[in-house]
Design a binder for this molecule. Structure first.
Ligand code: FES
Length: 405
């Protein structure tokens, strides 16, 4: 048993473990966002005895006797000021990072009520934002410090909605103080947790999948493989080249392809269930760089009848380059390449699905609910009208959540 004080209340944790999980799952303090769970993003920032700290790298046993503060524990005045100033400064976009930012700023303002820009930058240096950029966040922090110091009232009826004037984003105030609901913040009685068992090899033939040990684990409710898919086994918006799960006898296309899905009553049973699925692979040579992909020594999607790895080719031509080069005084010839870009949204992909009359209702954090509806209907062999998809708050995407989660 571990005793701590959270938002001014004494609480007892039955067992040790991640402080972030305890705050989110046991106390339902969902302003503490689970971005990376590895101490890298700062979305789970809280105050521990007044110091900004990342909840995901702390253990419950490490904060016994300490005072923990999350956005939920701020005074009503503070909530009003932080949500107004962050919204007015345009410092909230997807909002997934914002409650953590607010905690980092509060940690500073509580000891330094009139900070410089540099002090604010230093205070939020452990908090990543992928949408907004940091200038507006620093502006917001300065505005908060003025409102609190000068005890300024929050303006009302400021927005006239006249063309040319900027308006407060309707969703920004709730996002700023962590009360906007993202998929992972949903709590539905009796809900199960689900996860995939993923391929350990970039390219390997799946020889067998043994789910028997996983099915015996208490709390594991179902272990599914491709054989359980009632409809389409391949999905994809532009080309159906993405396996829902790799069937026995087929070849994986990247390290991370799903091989099985596990559903369980608790996260612990889920992790144990995933670990107990035994998959036998025959590792095969993989395509590991662009050059060999272009050479086509190995065709990644041979099963689709493709003869090479070229998905699409677009030629963009504008003007007469040859004539311009011939008429140029100097000509520079070099090879230019661009790096790969990862969208790196802070909110991990997740979804919740419920039975819905004779169909299914899906709450999703993705960027394309119509595509999700269409492809889920295809996978489940249901008519589209029996699949409903509701978009929740989306913690960043930048196009990366247009694919199926
Ligand atoms: Fe900061 Fe989206 S608003 S990550």
């Amino acid at each position: 048993m571990f005793e701590l004080t959270v938002n001014g209340k004494r609480v007892t944790a039955e067992r040790d473990g991640s402080l972030m999980e305890y705050l989110r799952e046991e106390l339902n303090l969902t302003s503490v966002k689970n971005g990376c769970a590895q101490g890298a993003c700062g979305a789970c920032t809280i105050l521990v005895d007044g110091r900004a700290s990342r909840a995901c790298v702390l253990k419950v046993s490490g904060v016994v006797g300490k005072e923990i503060l999350t956005c939920e524990g701020m005074s009503e005045r503070e909530k009003a000021v932080y949500s107004y100033c962050f919204s007015r400064a345009g410092a909230v976009q997807c909002g997934f990072c914002t409650p953590g930012m607010v905690m980092a700023v509060k940690g500073l303002l509580d000891v330094q009520p009139a900070p410089s820009r540099d002090q604010i930058k230093k205070a939020i240096r452990g908090n990543l934002c992928r949408c907004t950029g940091y200038k507006k966040i620093v502006d917001a922090a300065l505005m908060v410090s003025e409102y609190l110091r000068e005890n300024r009232p929050i303006p009302e009826g400021e927005d006239s909605a006249v063309l040319g004037e900027s308006l407060l984003r309707v969703d920004a105030p709730a996002k700023a103080i962590g009360i906007a609901e993202y998929v992972d913040d949903m709590r539905i009685p009796g809900m199960l947790f689900g996860s995939a068992v993923r391929s350990e090899h970039p390219r390997a033939r799946v020889l067998s999948i043994d789910t028997s040990e996983a099915e015996k684990i208490p709390g594991v409710v179902a272990v599914l493989t491709a054989a359980d898919i009632p409809g389409h086994q391949k999905i994809g918006h532009l080309k159906k080249d993405y396996d829902v799960m790799i069937p026995v006898g087929e070849i994986t296309h990247f390290r991370g392809d799903a091989v099985a899905l596990v559903a369980a009553e608790t996260r612990e049973a889920l992790a144990a269930g995933c670990a107990a699925v035994r998959v036998n692979y025959e590792p095969l040579p993989a395509v590991l760089d662009l050059e060999s992909a272009v050479r086509g020594d190995i065709v990644v999607h041979e099963e689709l009848g493709m003869e090479d790895n070229l998905f699409n080719e677009q030629r963009l031509c504008r003007g007469d380059a040859d004539a311009k080069l011939a008429a140029s005084k100097y000509v520079v010839t070099r090879h230019y390449s661009t790096p790969p870009t990862e969208h790196a949204f802070l909110e991990p992909e997740s979804a919740v699905a419920l039975p819905d009359n004779d169909g299914i209702l899906i709450y999703s954090g993705d960027q394309g609910i119509y595509q999700t509806r269409k492809e889920c209907a295809e996978v489940l062999d249901l008519p589209e009208e029996r699949v409903r998809v509701i978009a929740k708050m989306i913690g960043g995407g930048f196009g990366g959540k247009e694919d199926m989660s």
